[in-house]
Design a protein around this ligand. Structure first.
Ligand SMILES: N[C@@H](CCC(=O)N[C@@H](CS)C(=O)NCC(=O)O)C(=O)O
Length: 163
């Protein structure tokens, strides 16, 4: 593992916290940059690193990675931990990664916007995302049944993503 100082552009959001948890679990040193203050994420400097203008973003020397799932995957590969070696177990962790990034994350985000930030102005939209989030919570409960963590009994990036 290279020992360059990691720079984390983040904020107190669910996606941002995933990366802080992983870095702390791995005991890696890192500098934190507030990513959403005063339009920091739309500044020319930040946009040059991530044209999508979203946090979290991780800079590790020459390596610049955005998307919380991709960052967790990078940190797992870099450290050689948090991903099972066995192909099937590893694939189950990737399955959880995909489910979180494509299902839970976006739907929960929409629920917070329609139901919270926009004061439930359009109840039908809030209801649509609330239903989907509840459905996904039931899926998570089922996936946890009989297992220590999401995606099996080995600690990995899966519980960090979904916790
Ligand atoms: N799929 C992305 C989502 C990133 C995302 O939506 N970040 C939000 C904060 S959690 C953001 O940067 N919002 C600022 C904006 O949209 O201007 C990930 O998992 O990293």
């Amino acid at each position: 593992m290279t020992n360059t100082m990691i720079d984390l552009y983040t904020d107190a959001t669910p996606n941002g916290l995933k990366i802080s948890i992983a870095l702390e679990e791995l005991g890696l040193q890192y500098n934190v940059h507030k990513g959403l203050n005063d339009g920091a994420n739309t500044s020319p400097e930040f946009t040059a690193m991530n044209p999508n203008q979203k946090i979290p973003l991780l800079k590790d020397g020459e390596v610049i990675v955005s998307e919380s799932g991709a960052i967790l995957y990078y940190l797992a590969e870099k450290s050689g931990t948090l991903l099972p070696k066995d192909l099937l177990k590893r694939t189950k962790v990737i399955e959880m990664l995909m489910l979180q990034m494509s299902g839970l994350g976006p739907n929960f985000g929409q629920l917070l916007v329609w139901g919270g930030a926009w004061n439930n102005e359009h109840p039908v939209a809030t209801q649509r995302y609330a239903q989907e989030v509840n459905r996904l919570f039931n899926v998570l409960n089922t996936l946890l049944e009989g297992h220590e963590y999401f995606a099996g009994d080995e600690y990995s990036i899966a519980p960090i993503l979904s916790g």
